[in-house]
Write a protein that binds this ligand. Structure first.
Ligand SMILES: [Ca+2]
Ligand SMILES: [Ca+2]
Length: 451
């Protein structure tokens, strides 16, 4: 009997040793993220099978999420869906825009509203094989869940220089839509140019457009990636490349409402600086420009190569409305850190959204960096179930965070930080997080089941 007990004890010891060894091996992988400050624990997780998702606060009872998605998996058929939710994340209904004769329909921009209608820009390949680039006008009051009521084509070659139009962002102001992007030459010559266009939101008439002039005699490549309007001024954020194959820098501009340049700021590191997701990017950028409380905030990714691996880092820059740089915060891990979105709360807390990408393991981790007012450093919070974090809003103390294929909802102040200096052990079913104070939280299927 005693011998059997000893063998059982030995077997149990071996089992624990193996489990702990496997767990520590897993833990080492997670700890490569330079000890994040904590983990996002959602109160609610809503799967949404779409890409390029953006979210609008439509009215006091409804939010609208717009995204594009496959209609027939692994085919060229895509649709754009307008999904209604209440503030608790309950789905209320949806409207899907789809044309079966079109191929590769892609959402180009976030959704914006004039208070009544919702606007997005999409591009598709029509029956004739020509690209159709257009603003979709969605009326939430048409039909049961709303309906697309108009479509305003934007010429894909807007001028006689054979420039091909691309749109990355739009904004509505006082009856007009302002569309920002770039034009790329198709006549064999090299060089994209920042493109800005003003459209009548009522009928889609293009009132004027502007293609950026060269800064110097060198052949430059520019693009406007995002646009915001603040105090009757257009703010444009994008990239600027001095000439072919030279690293890119970042570009911020202020313009009058008729497109006249007020100031332009160009800055960056000696590496490639991106106003959109870097090399590890998963499904395209969302929004990295915010103008709040008389300051301009932009997020950026800088290209960092470590041997053959991508090791990009992220930054937040803060400017006055006159273009003076007043703050700069950087964060880096030894993996690829990429910025996808920025959000500035009423109290000045700045949230940078993105991912940490391991191109050796080919894994993305949804990540949020928080810059508290008067803080000198970014705090990093990870959400392991998501590929990236892209777009967020804060409504009544709740954070609504959109990522690749999900929306999560959690409290602004209490539930983000789980552990200041966590040791993580991953077991097949449970994730156990031990803090230095030896508080133990166990999560199972995203529910806290023991504290
Ligand atoms: Ca640079
Ligand atoms: Ca890095």
């Amino acid at each position: 009997m005693g011998e059997h007990n000893s063998l059982r004890l030995l077997a149990l010891f071996l089992f624990i040793f193996i489990v702990v060894s496997i767990s520590l091996a897993e833990a080492e992988i997670l700890m490569e993220y330079d000890h994040p400050n904590g983990y996002i624990v959602p109160e609610k997780y809503i799967p949404i099978n779409g890409s390029r998702m953006s979210m609008l606060i439509y009215n006091e009872s409804r939010i609208l999420i717009v995204y594009y998605h496959w209609v027939i998996p692994q085919s060229s058929k895509f649709a754009i869906t307008f999904l209604w939710m209440d503030y608790d994340g309950n789905i209320l209904g949806n409207y899907t825009f789809y044309n079966s004769s079109w191929n590769w329909t892609t959402l180009c921009t976030r959704a914006i509203t004039d208070g009544r209608y919702v606007y997005i820009v999409f591009i598709t390949s029509t029956e004739s094989g020509d690209d159709l680039l257009a603003v979709l006008k969605f009326d939430p009051y048409a039909g049961e869940n709303g309906s697309v009521v108009d479509m305003f084509p934007i010429p894909t070659q807007i001028d006689d220089l054979h420039n091909e139009t691309g749109i990355g962002d739009l904004i509505y102001y006082n009856g007009y839509l302002y569309l920002a992007g770039a034009v790329a030459r198709t006549d064999g010559d090299y060089g994209g140019k920042g493109f800005l266009c003003c459209m009548d939101a009522q009928n889609g008439d293009i009132l004027w457009y502007d293609i950026e002039e060269n800064q110097s005699n060198i052949y430059e490549v520019t693009s406007h990636t995002y646009i915001e309007i603040y105090n009757d001024t257009l703010y444009l954020y994008g990239v600027w490349t001095p000439c072919m194959y030279v690293q890119s820098d970042l570009k911020l501009e202020a313009r009058t409402l008729n497109g006249t340049l007020i100031w332009r700021k160009i800055w960056g590191s000696p590496n490639w600086d991106y106003s959109y997701e870097g090399n590890g990017g998963y499904v395209g950028a969302e929004h990295l420009l915010a103008v709040r409380n008389n300051y301009i905030y932009v997020g950026a990714t800088v290209d960092m190569k470590l041997f053959n691996y991508t090791a990009d880092n992220v930054s937040i820059y803060k400017f006055t409305l006159d273009g003076e740089l007043v703050g700069e915060w950087k964060w880096s891990s030894n993996l690829a850190d990429g910025a996808s979105g920025i959000y500035v709360a009423d109290n000045g807390t700045t949230y940078l959204l993105g991912y940490i990408y391991d191109d050796y393991e080919n894994t993305h981790t949804a990540t949020m960096w928080i810059l508290h007012p008067n803080s000198t450093s970014l705090k990093c919070y990870a959400y392991y179930d998501g590929k990236d974090a892209r777009y967020m809003r804060i409504i009544n103390g709740k954070i609504y965070l959109l990522g690749h294929h999900y929306l999560i909802i959690f409290s602004e102040d209490s539930d983000i930080i789980v552990a200041e200096f966590p040791m993580i052990y991953i077991l097949p079913i449970l994730t156990i997080i031990l803090t230095l104070e030896l508080k133990v939280r166990v999560f199972c299927n995203r529910e806290v089941i023991m504290i």
